[in-house]
Design a protein. Structure first.
Length: 132
């Protein structure tokens, strides 16, 4: 009887793990964009720049975030850290500004940017949107 129950338990456990993975993938992909939206945003003349980071933005159907991060900027782990920090700052930005949905593309000059600098650029974006 124990042998017959084991595959069912194991299968249920595997499904639970896959459900958790699917939820985390959905969270990571929440603000992702496709090529046509990327081209729409990149052709926009609206941008905010500081010495290390440029945000190109445009109104979109839903809030989305994209990146221009070539390999020459640094190793993959540094580029991934920058992406995570930008996604975190963007999610805070979206929670604090539930206005019209905005598409943003991040284009850094270097990858060694701390979270405060990233957050400050999104704060500038927020204040510029309030002005308009």
């Amino acid at each position: 009887a124990l042998d017959q129950e084991w595959p069912q338990r194991r299968g249920a456990h595997c499904w639970q793990e896959e459900d958790v993975r699917a939820e985390s993938i959905v969270c990571l992909m929440k603000y992702s964009i496709n090529r046509s939206v990327f081209n729409h945003i990149i052709s926009s003349p609206n941008y905010i720049r500081n010495k290390d980071l440029t945000l190109i933005y445009s109104l979109c159907n839903k809030s989305c975030l994209g990146f221009i991060l070539p390999r020459r900027l640094g190793c993959a782990s540094d580029r991934n850290l920058l992406r995570r920090q930008c996604r975190g700052a963007f999610s805070v930005f979206c929670k604090n500004n539930p206005m019209a949905p905005l598409g943003v593309i991040v284009r850094p000059q270097k990858v060694n940017i701390n979270y405060n600098q990233i957050s400050n650029v999104f704060t500038k974006l927020s204040s510029r949107l309030v002005e308009n």
